[in-house]
Design a protein around this ligand. Structure first.
Ligand code: MTE
Length: 444
């Protein structure tokens, strides 16, 4: 997908002037006990941090602004609501490091500026192999064929009449954090982890449609999903995922119809599985008795292992987490209290625990998980932190309900080598300099 194929050595400096290997080691060695004390003491002492300033002398509170002394706009000014103009910086972005080839493109979600676990639909990341279309729902069809008693073609009207469910799930592209395999250290969390979003999806369980068509569940252990765009996007989905009732033929996203960029009017939702299997503009489901080995399963989305072989069908997104604030590109303006916040997720179920370190992985403290903690959805975590103005390395480490613990880069590379593009779930490190600048660094 056009990632730069750079393979520099370990702990390469980011383009900005950040810490060297030696400096990281110094932070880790010299500050062990001090940081442990500071970290533990921080939240106890700070209870509820109050950062407000004295009211007297602040003209913003002393004088009435124009919006308090004039008429506001009427309701009809915006039939469809938009964010404030003051939030115009919070947008999806294309990475300058990635080439756009024809319609093949990717935009990253601005994780650093989002709250909670739901990604606003307009900020949901996009990954198109051949661009997106605003498909006419009146002309869109879904066909079900293969090992079924009755082949069927559904219109959108047909599908909208069927019993539906709504479920909150994350979607992560298998190539998310792909550039970090090469230690490229992209500057912000938007570019390092932004092929990740979480929405409430509404649709019909694929199992119900297959039952309606009399699918042969005994012989037909696989399903092929095909998209209607020009990318020939076809993916094999194992039947056991469909039998669980989790896989949805979805038309809804966050309470309204899907956005065109995200597959309007119909997409597959395959919870816990890498994004490429969430086929957009879904037009055909075929039941078969073996995996298809389509191009996006044989050539792309396979893991190049250290011995030169390829690992195929490694579709489940393993437990992963990232601190979204403070994160790369941000600046801490002054010493004192900060809420360290981030996201954790697992393709194998619920997040059980997230630990946070401020000293590059020597000491860990358990983060508070915000409710709800849902299966195969993003989970928001928070930790209180009082920054003492000294360099720090912030990390988060997720554990899911299966007991799996997110690996360090050292652990991941020991098994997977460094030549892969896909399925990088290593612990992310953000280095904080004395100047307050935050940047990306890899700690093994
Ligand atoms: N489906 C079709 N038909 N065409 C595509 O290009 N891209 C896939 C998947 N489904 C794609 C597709 C990939 S690689 C990903 S990561 C997700 O869609 C991205 O979904 P999103 O654009 O809604 O974030």
């Amino acid at each position: 997908m056009g990632f730069q194929d750079e393979r520099p050595g370990r702990l390469r400096r980011a383009p900005e002037n950040f810490l060297t290997n030696e400096e990281i080691q110094a932070v880790q060695a010299g500050r062990r006990s001090f940081m442990r004390k500071a970290f533990v003491a921080a939240s106890a002492a700070m209870g509820a941090p109050v950062l407000a300033r004295a009211a007297s002398g602040d003209s913003a509170i002393m004088n009435l602004p124009p919006w308090s002394t004039s008429l506001g706009q009427p309701v009809a000014a915006r039939p469809y609501g938009l964010p404030s103009r003051y939030e115009s910086n919070l947008v999806r972005r294309e990475s300058p490091g990635l080439t756009r080839v024809g319609g093949s493109s990717v935009s990253f979600a601005p994780l650093q500026g989002l709250f909670g676990i739901i990604t606003p639909s307009g900020l949901h990341f996009e990954r198109h192999h051949q661009g997106w279309h605003d498909v006419d729902p009146g002309k869109h069809r879904l066909m079900i064929n293969g090992l079924v008693k009755t082949q069927a073609v559904f219109t959108m009207d047909d599908l909208l009449r069927l019993p539906a469910v709504s479920r909150i799930h994350f979607i992560e592209c298998g190539a998310n954090t792909g550039m970090e395999w090469g230690n490229v250290a992209v500057p912000t969390v938007q570019y390092s982890h932004g092929m990740l979003s979480c929405s409430e999806f509404t649709g019909v369980p694929l199992r119900d449609l297959l039952e309606q068509c009399g699918a042969d569940f005994k012989k037909g252990r696989y399903v092929l999903a095909e998209g209607a765009d020009g990318s020939s996007m076809t993916r094999t989905i194992p039947m056991e995922l469909i039998e669980s009732g989790e896989v949805l033929v979805a038309y809804g996203q966050n309470g309204e119809m899907l956005r065109p960029e995200n597959g309007y009017p119909l997409r597959l939702v395959v919870p816990g599985v890498q994004g490429v299997s969430w086929v957009k503009w879904l037009r055909r489901i075929e039941v078969g008795d073996k995996p298809w080995g389509a191009k996006d399963e044989a050539v792309h989305y396979v893991d190049l292992m250290p011995d030169g072989t390829h690992r195929q069908y490694s579709s489940t997104q393993e437990a992963k987490s990232v601190i979204t604030s403070p994160s790369g590109g941000q600046i801490l303006l002054a010493k004192g209290f900060y809420n360290i916040t981030g996201l954790a997720w697992s393709g194998r179920g619920k997040i059980k625990q997230v630990d946070v370190s401020i000293d590059g992985g020597i000491n860990w403290r358990r983060a508070r998980l915000e409710l709800p903690v849902l299966s195969k959805a993003l989970t928001r975590f928070n930790v209180d932190w009082v920054w003492d103005g000294k360099p720090a390395i912030l990390q988060s480490r997720a554990m899911d309900e299966s007991g799996y613990v997110q690996p360090s880069y050292g652990q991941l590379r020991a098994v997977r080598g460094s030549k892969s593009i896909y399925h990088n779930n290593a612990i992310q490190s953000w280095k904080v300099l004395e100047s307050g600048e935050v940047g990306n660094v890899q700690v093994l």
